[in-house]
Design a protein. Structure first.
Lengths: 152, 152, 152, 152
């Protein structure tokens, strides 16, 4: 991943579970999104102190994920690097890379992007990002995810 | 969904589980991909008699999903309509729409697309689709998925 | 299962998901409890019209499950037969048998029992079963689950 | 937990996932068994160097679990303490306690026991524990699990 001249993205080590594997003996493709969910919970807490944004409400509007290498359960976690990859008035995107932690190797297993929409939990409807949220996200803004398949 | 002049896509009713809901009381966004997995298993069996393609091998290379409405657990299944939406020498895409079955309503909850790559399980490497597979998929070929977010 | 002279237990067909299988290619032992959960949601709705009991609140205090035969994913559901197997002032037990539906075969895959405690969701504390609940459960009361291992 | 005069049981910290919570906002009762599975994978590796026993084969024949306190997702893991609680010629039991790690608190969330049967994966049938396995398990043998409900 190269985010030259951009803010350092966050890295979160997410442990695998034996049950993440499916009948093919690989971490199931759907479980990759489960791993992203946990990294995102950590990241939203880190980016917006104390998960305030999560409490005000944010919902997933879109996922895109590309698988690059098969992953088998092992005691070592995967390292998920993630960053805001786009910001708009209504929400923002999060880009991710799922790879080995440096101590284990350098294989990249998947790249992904999630669209998040700011949400008013009390009123149960979309809301606009407030100025503080927009500013924080803009400070953290990194490169768009470079998916392979879009190059086709 | 309009696939005018194209082959009729397949519809598979997939039951929800109470546990598909997350702490927000909605079917979790990741579980939508779990529902798609089950519809795909049925469809690959129906499109290629007796899951032959599945036995020869096919792996997921990509997912894209867009959420349109929140879904809450209920006894009624969701109706997943799915069709091959692109074919190449190396694999094919499957397009999906997750909606209410007609008896329940007409709400569309999500649209999605999965990239599948033909795989040689014995040799553990990608393979080309064989002529019979390509012909069958071409007969079934429907429209690309019309994601909202791409129109931005 | 023999419940001679007792009320007919309820049978609920619960579909399997491909993802219920683990890396050994069998429906994972933990997923059996997931299947029981769905049968229980249906049963509590059927036993207490419109899931009233569920809305008033009931929580799981205990599970016991014994596995009798391996189960592999197939399109056919499993038939879960279930019945109240004990009633007290504080809650009740549900007994289960997971087997093939008659059209598929007669194999029994597991027997299980769940302890449920009546709960006051508003006050967030255990409550007593009310007389109506107790009467209804007593009408439905079946035999205790005959676990093999207890006979040791 | 008191295992006075017995070998020290193993403690494994198992991280929670946000998705372990269900629509009630608590870690779902079935997910507790998922947490036990991961602790067991670690323990079998530790007790029998390099997961040899797992490779030779061992299958779950029974689970029993008793819930003592509700658990809500938090970044801190749960500490699962586990030990062989019975040994026979055909297999062994594992006892567990799920609690807070000392740095977080001292609440006990659940106690459980799993029956494991030695299995010959090649021949697909139960086998006897070999003398080395039996000796190792006997060295590690701890107290039976003291379930509350059995005292009734």
């Amino acid at each position: 991943m190269s985010n030259r001249g951009m803010p350092e993205p966050l890295s979160v080590d997410v442990p695998l579970r034996w049950s993440d594997m499916d009948a093919y003996g690989h971490v199931n493709n759907v479980q990759f999104l489960r791993l992203l969910e946990d990294a995102r919970v950590v990241a939203l807490g880190a980016w917006f102190d104390g998960q305030e944004l999560l409490h005000r409400g944010v919902i997933v509007s879109r996922h895109e994920i590309e698988y690059l290498a098969p992953l088998v359960f092992r005691p070592a976690p995967v390292r998920i690097t993630l960053w805001p990859s786009a910001v708009s008035t209504a929400g923002f995107d999060v880009g991710y890379e799922i790879a080995d932690p440096p101590a284990v190797g350098s294989r990249v297993y998947a790249r992904a992007e999630t669209g998040l929409v700011a949400y008013d939990l009390g009123q149960a409807r979309p809301r606009r990002l407030d100025p503080g949220e927009t500013q924080r996200l803009t400070e953290l803004l990194g490169a768009p995810v470079s998916f392979r398949w879009r190059r086709r």
